[in-house]
Design a protein around this ligand. Structure first.
Ligand code: FAD
Length: 423
């Protein structure tokens, strides 16, 4: 690879991750082209309809010791947070085996340290980007409540809370009465809660991505609305990406693959094989909820998040493994609506809108951020699973620093793609 940084970089995918990479590159003077098959921030991206938590406390990777014991209970509970389409199991199996292998104490500790560093400045970085994009109201500080119906379930998570404490997260266990004062419309069946301070949220993730993409264009970046068919290259270098019907090529000196779950398919066109699967999640957004909510609130057992957003009160969650191309599952929407009413009995569901999104999830719960193992001018930025909104701005900084040869102030070793090829 030449020592001088590439003059023109092509970024594939304009979800939160791709937009943050493109924006940061353009800000640093690199002529950048951002390609997406839809308008940035539109419904087809996971970045459109997520729960909008910009929470540095989300730092414990999903694979955890003892997971194997919990999974059958979750799967048997028809309202549980996890679902697998059984016909998809053979396809998922290699991913699942890696996932279960990653759930040990040592890897949980090291993964937590990696995510803590990646997520630590999320609100500050988001607020700066939103301010520059002229939408400061879209990212706001918040106190987050994680609520439980039984003492046993809050106590079961003690290890995760210890890890959070070790990484400087400021939280406090609160009693039933305090909880009722803070969230009077929340069901009184919730008797236990953790209050986490200094967190953030967005009031509209889709609009945030849209605004950041607009800023990218305003400062000279070029957005191309087209479907990427394949990446083309030889002898360890990428030359171009083919778009549309495959008859058009966009050339560049450097390339960033940041197409969320679809990074896997696009990567295969150059023989890049990364274990990535779609953890399908759903939301309902209630335009006239008729309940008050002044925090982000997560049901700690069912992993359902409530966030009062501009389009309405959003409830988002669920992890359904059925592949990226499976049809939407209306049962998941029914479950979310039922759980939302369980959280807020007076909630009005009238006119609610629903959505399904594809979390790009790696089996060890860490994203892939860094150079491609096989092509010297390709960088990878995908696999952010449950925390892509949180990690988007920092990922953009890391990728832009790597491409421009600037110093990094974070250990990126845990995010390298090679980890999947070393056992
Ligand atoms: C229900 C739910 C709740 C969530 N809650 C949170 C949360 O509270 N906080 C948080 O941090 N994260 C949350 N997440 C996760 C978060 O949404 C994702 O990690 C993040 O959006 C991933 O961003 P991305 O840019 O990698 O992918 P995406 O947002 O999916 O963007 C990928 C882009 O690539 C484009 N693309 C794909 N293929 C092609 C192609 N061939 N050609 C051209 N363009 C292409 C797509 O159109 C899309 O715009 C949640 C996810 C879900 C589903």
């Amino acid at each position: 690879m030449n020592d001088s940084p590439p003059e023109k970089v092509v970024v594939i995918g304009a979800g939160i991750v791709g937009v943050c990479c493109a924006l940061e590159l353009q800000e640093r003077g690199v002529s950048t082209v951002l390609i997406d098959r839809q308008e940035p921030g539109a419904e087809g991206a996971a970045s459109f309809g997520n729960a909008g938590m910009l929470s540095s406390a989300s730092l414990v990777p999903l694979p955890a010791p003892g997971m194997l014991k919990k999974v059958p209970g979750w799967l048997l509970n028809r309202d549980g947070p996890l679902a697998i389409r059984w016909s998809y199991l053979p396809t998922l199996l290699p991913w699942l085996i890696r996932f279960l292998r990653a759930g040990n104490d040592r890897r949980q500790r090291s993964g937590t340290a990696a995510l803590a560093a990646l997520h630590a400045r999320t609100l500050e970085l988001h607020a700066r980007l939103a301010r520059r994009a002229g939408v400061p109201d879209l990212t706001v500080p918040v106190e987050h409540l994680q609520v439980y119906r039984s003492k046993r379930s809050i106590d079961e998570g003690f290890k995760e809370w210890d890890l959070r404490r070790a990484h400087g997260i400021d939280f406090e266990r609160i009693d039933r009465r305090t909880l009722a004062e803070m969230e009077p419309d929340l069901s009184s069946h919730y008797t236990q809660a953790m209050l986490i301070r200094d967190q953030g949220r967005t009031t509209d993730p889709g609009r945030l991505v849209q605004a950041l993409a607009r800023r990218f264009v305003d400062i000279g970046g070029r957005f191309v609305h087209a479907e990427v068919r394949a990446i083309q290259g030889d002898s360890g270098r990428i030359r171009s990406v083919s778009v549309g019907d495959g008859d058009r090529c966009i050339e560049g000196e450097g390339f960033v693959l940041s197409a969320g779950i679809f990074s896997k398919r696009i990567g295969l066109s150059i023989g890049l094989s990364i274990p990535l699967d779609s953890e399908n999640g759903y939301h309902i957004t209630c335009p006239e909820p008729k309940v008050r909510i002044s925090h982000t609130v997560m049901d700690g057992e069912y992993k359902l998040v409530a966030n009062p957003m501009d389009p309405g009160l959003r409830f988002a969650g669920m992890a359904e493994f059925s592949g990226a191309d499976s049809p939407d599952n209306p049962r998941r929407i029914e479950v979310i609506a039922r759980l939302a009413k369980r959280m807020y009995p007076n909630l009005s569901l009238e006119g609610f809108r629903s959505w399904r999104g594809r979390r790009p999830s790696t089996p060890d719960g860490l994203p892939v951020i860094g150079p491609s193992p096989s092509h010297e001018n390709l960088w990878l930025a995908f696999g952010h699973g449950h925390t892509g909104m949180i990690a988007g701005p920092m990922t953009g900084q890391i990728i832009a620093s790597m491409i421009t040869g600037s110093a990094l102030d974070i250990d990126v070793f845990p995010f390298q793609a090679e980890r999947f090829h070393n056992g």
